[in-house]
Design a protein around this ligand. Structure first.
Ligand code: BGC
Length: 279
């Protein structure tokens, strides 16, 4: 198995999320995959959403099922309203409800500003921001319908938005991506404020540089890795499990009073590392 994904056995309390149903979007690779696996290890039943790469998604679901919980791979493009509605309905039918949404699916389409096409701008906003909006909206309808079930969780539902350090760090050459994540930050906070009275907890995780396919060129060669580490005070590139563990904790009742927060999981990337010696 790929050593960068999947929490080692024993690290995650196996009953922490027992009886909860989690939907993870974009869960066939990278951070989504590690998160789906970690939620399964914590005892949740997990729907592994993917848009392309059915085989990989089914492998993730099979691995999760091997922990003795339920898992299935569902295809849906999170930027398409009808597909998100159908996916959520299907999960309620087949799994009974949704307790945890990890709105993770995201992509980059990089270009310098005047080279960026409208299609590149739109695609990133559609998937990274509108996709999270649609998934959060449909999950919220289900949380509201079901209400709090005290034996399962203290809250009616948890939404965890996958953001990025680029919700606060401007990023030249990536205006579409940085704008989408800036939007995720305000969307998350607004939803948290709006839904907290219904005992729905909305939070975000903001990863820094994590070794996944999305940023392979930034860590693949020793030279690239050296440049990247200049931006990371903790002096290591993150692993998908670093994010997965944060999501499991945030989704659990251990964090029941955490509402509307962004948890930066970035090795200190947001600490203005350039100022360690300058300024
Ligand atoms: C991006 C990565 C990047 C990281 C740190 C992430 O949100 O997707 O490509 O390496 O931020 O800059």
């Amino acid at each position: 198995m790929d050593s960068t994904v999947g929490a080692p056995q024993g690290v995650i309390p196996a009953r922490l999320l027992h009886g909860q149903k989690a939907l993870v979007t974009g869960a066939n690779s990278g951070i989504g995959k590690a998160t789906a696996i970690a939620l399964g290890r914590a005892g949740a039943d997990v729907v592994v959403n993917y848009v392309a790469g059915r085989e990989a998604a089914e492998e993730v679901a099979a691995e999760i099922a091997s922990f003795g919980v339920r898992s299935a791979a569902y295809e849906a493009d999170v930027s398409q309203e009808d597909q998100v509605v159908a996916m959520t309905d299907r999960m309620v039918q087949e799994f009974g409800t949704v307790d945890i949404l990890v709105a993770n699916a995201g992509l980059q389409r990089d270009a310098s500003f005047t080279e960026m096409t409208l299609a590149q701008w739109q695609k990133v906003i559609d998937v990274n921001l509108t996709g999270q909006f649609l998934c959060a909206r449909e999950a919220t309808k289900e949380f509201r319908r079901r209400g709090v079930v005290p034996e399962v969780s203290r809250s009616a539902g948890k939404i965890i938005c996958m953001s990025s350090v680029h919700q606060v760090i401007p990023w030249a050459g990536h205006v579409n991506y940085a704008s989408s994540k800036g939007g995720v930050q305000m969307m998350m906070q607004t939803l948290a404020q709006e839904l907290a009275p219904e005992r729905i907890r909305v939070n975000a995780v903001a990863p820094g540089a994590i070794k996944t396919p999305i940023n392979r060129s930034a860590w693949e060669t020793p030279e690239a890795q050296k440049d990247l580490l200049r931006l990371i005070p903790y002096d290591r590139v993150g692993e998908p499990d670093d994010i997965a563990h944060a999501v499991v904790a945030l989704a659990s009742d251990l964090m029941d009073y955490v509402v509307g927060t962004t948890l930066y999981v970035d090795g200190g990337m947001t600490l203005f590392p350039g100022f360690a010696t300058g300024g």
